[in-house]
Every structure is written in structure tokens, then in C-alpha cells.
Design a binder for this molecule. Structure first.
Ligand code: SF4
Length: 60
């Protein structure tokens, strides 16, 4: 199980993470937030790779 964090200062609200992992990410006030920090079985690492500004960190 991974732990997911978003650097709010870097996030530009593009929504790429939400489209890859909608159970974990959501957009609130034009920034991504983590709805569920325990990522289990979804593709949060791909979401982190897809983030254009490197705002997502995923730790095992
Ligand atoms: S992919 Fe990155 S920049 Fe885009 S909304 Fe998610 S955290 Fe923010």
C-alpha cells in the first residue's frame, strides 16, 4: 500500500492525476487534493509520472 501526497504549491490543477486515479485524487479550488491517501491497487505511480510539475509523491 502506498502513501500519496501532493505538493499544493506546485500543483497547477491540470487534472491529469484525477483522470488516472479518480478514487485517490480530486480537484478542489483548482488544486488537486488526496481523497484517500492509502492507494491500494490503483495506479498512483502512473499519476505521479503523469503530473507535469512533479507535485505528486508516492511512498511505499
Ligand atoms: S497532475 Fe499534478 S499538477 Fe495536475 S492536478 Fe494532479 S497534482 Fe496537480
Amino acid at each position: 500500500m502506498a502513501n500519496v501526497k501532493i505538493d499544493q504549491a506546485k500543483c497547477i490543477g491540470c487534472g491529469a492525476c484525477v483522470s488516472i486515479c479518480p478514487d485517490v485524487f480530486a480537484i478542489e479550488n483548482h488544486k488537486a487534493v488526496v481523497k484517500k491517501s492509502d492507494c491500494d491497487g490503483c495506479d498512483c505511480k502512473s499519476a505521479a509520472s503523469a503530473c507535469p510539475v512533479g507535485a505528486i509523491s508516492v511512498t511505499e
